[in-house]
Design a protein around this ligand. Structure first.
Ligand SMILES: [Cu+2]
Length: 68
């Protein structure tokens, strides 16, 4: 099982966290999504996680672009 952490912008509450979880769990290869609201950190677990470009595009579409 691979793990990847991403820092994203605009995460302000549990609603944001659920929107990210729901949106990313739709992507093939992602088994679990954890969101830390305080730090804006998204932790993904899965056996074949999507490329960072695909994750960045999906997060931007959801309104939570990758930070930096
Ligand atoms: Cu929110």
């Amino acid at each position: 099982m691979a793990t990847r952490e991403l820092k994203v912008q605009n995460v302000k509450c549990g609603g944001c966290a659920s929107a990210i979880q729901t949106g990313l769990k739709d992507m093939a290869g992602i088994d679990s999504v954890e969101v830390d609201v305080a730090s804006g950190t998204v932790t993904l677990e899965g056996n074949s996680l999507p490329a960072n470009e695909a994750l960045a595009a999906k997060l931007a579409e959801l309104g939570y672009p990758i930070a930096g």
